[in-house]
Structure formats: C-alpha cells, structure tokens
Design a binder for this molecule. Structure first.
Ligand code: AR6
Length: 171
C-alpha cells in the first residue's frame, strides 16, 4: 500500500505530524525509545503526561494517549503501551494490534496526516520481532483500508533486523 513507508533511523528526528512512543502504563518515561523521545522533546511532554495521569491514572496496555511534541519537529507524541511478551498466551498479539489501532484512531481524532511508529514492544518488552512486524503491518493495513484521512504511516525501524523484516513483509 503506497501510504506505508519504512525507514531506518531515530524516530525523534522525524518530520511528521506525530510520532508514536512505546511507553509504559505509568507514562513517567523509561528507557529505549521512550527515554529518547523525552530527552529530545524536553520536559513539556512529561508535564503533559503527568496531567493525563492525574486525570485518568496512566495508560492501560493497548491503549493510547496524546501530548504535544515539545521541542520535537513532530507536533504531537502519541504514547501507547505495548504488551510485555510473556510467552504468547497472555493476549499479547491482540494487545499489540490494539496499540497500533488505538494510536491511529487518536491520530485521526486530532487531524494528524502523517505518523511514524517505532517497533512497539520489540525492545525491552521482548515481543518476537517477526510476529510483531506482521501484526504491525496487518493492523495498519486494515486501518488504512477503512480510513482516508491519514496520508502516510512510517514504520521507523531502529535496528537492522527489524528493517529487513519490514522490507521483506511489505514487498
Ligand atoms: N528511534 C526509533 N526506535 C528506537 C529508538 C529511537 N530513538 N530507540 C529505540 N528504538 P523499546 P518496548 C527501538 O525497548 O519494547 C521503555 O522503558 C528499539 O530498537 O523502546 O515497547 C518504556 O518506558 C525497539 O525496536 O520499547 C517501557 O517501560 C523499539 O524501539 C518499555 O521500554 C521498541 O523498544 C517498553 O518496551
């Protein structure tokens, strides 16, 4: 589908309307891409996350919330929480699909045209990369089939392994 692109690089540098953060339920930041986004975007993002925590007590696995992009080029950060891989029988696949789907829904609700996703759950949370890539592509594909407002979804891969997987699957 020509509204899907793949690139290898740092998501914090992307010039898109929104970048997605692979956050945790606390929304208080962490390592991996979460740490990189808060470092690059500055304290405003964490402040807004704190306000969301006060209102709704964080973000459940598979759900998503939105803040501004702070100092980032991206106007918004959509924070979603992927599942921790626990062997595969804890609804991990559905929860990962939900994280992509709910992020896209939030994007549409905020008139976002271009959005970049990291490879949610495939770092610290240990989700097998091949299966995660299939779920990510399938979910985005299904979403775009029923939505015309999003112009481009970028899969921003960080490591070579994910980049190769996505390129192969999207051929
Ligand atoms: N740009 C794009 N992708 C990145 C970047 C970056 N700057 N840095 C890392 N990645 P992870 P998770 C990739 O561990 O598995 C945090 O502590 C990385 O190579 O960031 O969902 C949160 O607070 C991997 O492919 O997220 C949570 O506690 C992908 O981003 C927990 O980690 C996701 O890896 C979430 O774990």
């Amino acid at each position: 589908m020509n509204r899907i692109a793949i690139l290898q690089g740092d998501i914090t540098k992307q010039d898109v309307d929104a970048i997605v953060n692979a956050a945790n339920s606390s929304l208080l930041g962490g390592g991996g891409v979460d740490g990189a986004i808060h470092r690059a975007g500055g304290s405003q993002i964490l402040e807004e996350c704190g306000q969301i925590r006060n209102k709704q007590g964080g973000c459940k696995t598979g759900e998503a919330v939105i803040t501004s992009g702070g100092r980032l080029k991206a106007k918004y950060v959509i924070h979603t929480v992927g599942p921790v891989w626990n062997g595969g029988n804890k609804d991990e696949e559905q929860l990962l699909a939900n994280a992509y789907w709910n992020s896209l829904q939030l994007a549409v609700a905020n008139n976002i045209d271009t959005i970049a996703f990291p490879n949610i759950s495939t770092g610290i949370y240990g989700f097998p990369k091949g299966r995660a890539a299939e779920i990510a592509i399938d979910t985005v594909h299904r979403f775009l089939q029923q939505n015309e407002s999003i112009k481009e979804v970028i899969f921003c891969c960080f490591d070579e392994e994910n980049t190769t997987l996505y390129k192969k699957l999207l051929k």
